[in-house]
Design a protein around this ligand. Structure first.
Ligand code: 6PG
Length: 254
């Protein structure tokens, strides 16, 4: 059975998934903006969220959101310059940031271009500390975290077998990812699990096999990194399209 704090939303296809997720994100932002001055969101990398970002920038949504209250961060980043098409910032800039009236100071990019990934991670952690101003030993609480899932079950840049999965002190790490022959910058598990709300966006038939895990174990096991994402006090919603949810009957066996 699915953990009661986990919800699964299944959409017909990626476009429908993107629109459903945009509605959810817009509502989450507007609800949080009513009770706090700043709404902190950690964006996902990869290609799946592009449609969601475009919806948020569309006529249907962009006027519903008080962008001056929104602060954008990233859950992870490739170690490339911001103008590189591989950059997660680049994807969000092209599909969202360049199309809405969000103040430049509200966009907190991970410095993927830095020559030293460890220093880049420390720099980003300091930027997070400057924003959240935590008390000692306190973790930051993002209002909303968007995440994707790879076919190997990774999420953000938390890959299977990586030592970063054990990180319990740093907020930001710079793991070397063997299979990519590259470093990445990533928020760590405790940061993700202190979020008020986490959503996964998963689309495509190539993700069906890894998402079968959700049906089989109800998000209660730790076989894949994405299964370690269980917000301590927050809510978790999986947005899947039907091809990715092929092994998950709507509402049954979950
Ligand atoms: C990245 C992401 C990564 C991504 C998954 C899914 O930087 O690549 O953070 O975790 O979300 O690999 O990627 P797709 O959406 O492209 O399938």
């Amino acid at each position: 059975m699915l953990d009661k704090r986990v919800e699964v939303v299944i959409a017909d296809d990626l476009e429908a998934l993107s629109e459903k997720a945009a509605e959810f994100v817009a509502r989450c932002i507007t609800d949080r903006a009513k009770v706090k001055d700043r709404v902190a969101i950690a964006l996902s990398g990869g290609t799946t969220p592009k449609g969601l970002y475009e919806w948020l920038a569309s006529e249907n949504f962009r006027h519903r959101i008080t962008w001056n209250q929104v602060h954008l961060f990233w859950g992870d980043e490739r170690c490339v310059p911001p103008k590189n098409p591989e950059s997660n910032y680049h994807t969000a800039y092209e599909s969202l940031i360049s199309r809405v009236l969000i103040p430049v100071k509200n966009v907190h990019r991970m410095p993927g271009e830095k020559a030293d990934p460890e220093k880049a991670a420390d720099e980003y952690e300091q930027a997070l500390r400057d924003f959240f101003r935590p008390s000692p030993e306190e973790w930051p609480t993002f209002d909303l975290v968007l995440l994707g899932i790879g076919t190997d079950g990774h999420t953000a840049s938390l890959f299977p077998g990586s030592l970063v999965l054990q990180e319990r002190k740093r907020w930001v790490a710079a793991p070397y990812v063997e299979k990519l022959h590259a470093h990445r910058l990533t928020l760590t598990l405790p940061v993700f699990n202190h979020a008020a709300q986490v959503i996964f966006l998963v689309a495509g038939k190539e993700k069906a096999q890894v998402m079968k895990e959700l049906h089989v174990t109800g998000h209660t096991q730790d076989r894949f990194p994405f299964q370690l994402i269980r917000p301590d006090h927050g809510k978790l919603v999986f947005f899947l399209d039907k091809p990715a949810a092929r092994f998950i009957a709507q509402g049954e066996g979950l």
